[in-house]
Design a protein around this ligand. Structure first.
Ligand code: MF3
Ligand code: CO
Ligand code: CO
Length: 264
């Protein structure tokens, strides 16, 4: 197990970073409307993170080639890593906004689905089931749980609704680095893989497709879309494993989920 166990000082910084990332998603909600461009949403988030939060947007210049924007905006059949652009949102679009901030050297990473105008029944159901995958997995997190248990919970719930789990992208350890070990895949077998320990921080971020699970990367080398152009949804939280359960570091007030879950 090569996951980094966080000290109490690091955990305090992860709480701060997590809260800031959550606040960005709450802040941007009212701007996600028909006619806005994803680049306008990017600018609003960037300015809020830099000027109001005095934090750093982690995606900007991350990776190879460097990601060109401060948030990811993944619309409709885009699975993840969508690049904000001058394209306007239109009625019925569904969009994942993924925010990662760095504060005092530590990362908070979270994403949610927004709908523009009235979503189709299909889009609403896909988004709800994907959030349920995340919540069901979070509710079981505690020391002794395995990574296979997390994957199995997500996969079972998605497949029970005839949806598919994306396999090429996954959750991850997080802390002083954006992406740390271990990888948290969203499919798997119970009781297999690394065992969770108190002090680990990681994300769960299931990507669920209405059609087949296969993805492809666009020529911009970032944007990931479904191969069959089916709709895709994603929700993400950053978590801390506690002595007897889990703390949701990126929880928003609107959510019907406890911030601290204790299993003792
Ligand atoms: N926030 C994404 C994640 O959940 C990673 C985005 S990498 C970027 O891991 F460069 F596209 F921002
Ligand atoms: Co992540
Ligand atoms: Co993210």
């Amino acid at each position: 197990m090569s996951a980094i166990i966080k000290t109490s000082e690091e955990i305090e910084k992860m709480r701060v970073a997590g809260k800031l990332a959550a606040d960005v998603l709450t802040m941007i909600g009212p701007y996600v409307k028909k006619g806005v461009t994803t680049d306008e949403l990017n600018t609003i988030c960037h300015d809020y993170i830099v000027n109001e939060q005095q934090a750093i947007p982690a995606p900007l210049n991350y990776g190879h080639p460097p990601f060109p924007k401060s948030i990811c905006t993944s619309v409709n059949h885009c699975i993840c890593h969508g690049i904000p652009s001058d394209k306007k949102l239109k009625d019925g679009d569904v969009i994942n906004i993924d925010v990662t901030v760095i504060k005092d050297g530590y990362h908070g990473d979270t994403s949610k689905m927004f709908t523009v105008g009235k979503p189709t029944i299909m889009a609403e159901r896909l988004s709800r089931v994907t959030q349920e995958c995340l919540y069901k997995a979070i509710k079981e997190v505690k020391p002794g749980m395995t990574l296979g248990d997390i994957g199995h919970i997500c996969q079972t719930h998605a497949e029970a609704h005839n949806y598919s789990i994306v396999r090429e992208y996954c959750g991850h350890g997080i802390g002083a680095s954006f992406h740390e070990e271990p990888q948290i895949v969203h499919y798997g077998k119970p009781g297999t893989g690394d065992v969770l320990e108190a002090g680990m921080c990681f994300t769960i971020e299931p990507m669920v497709n209405a059609g087949k699970r296969y993805s492809k990367i666009l020529p911009d080398q970032w944007t990931v879309v479904t191969k069959d152009r089916s709709l895709s949804a994603q929700w993400e939280h950053t978590l801390l494993v506690t002595e007897d359960g889990v703390e949701v570091l990126t929880l928003r007030d609107e959510e019907d989920l406890p911030r601290v879950i204790s299993h003792s």
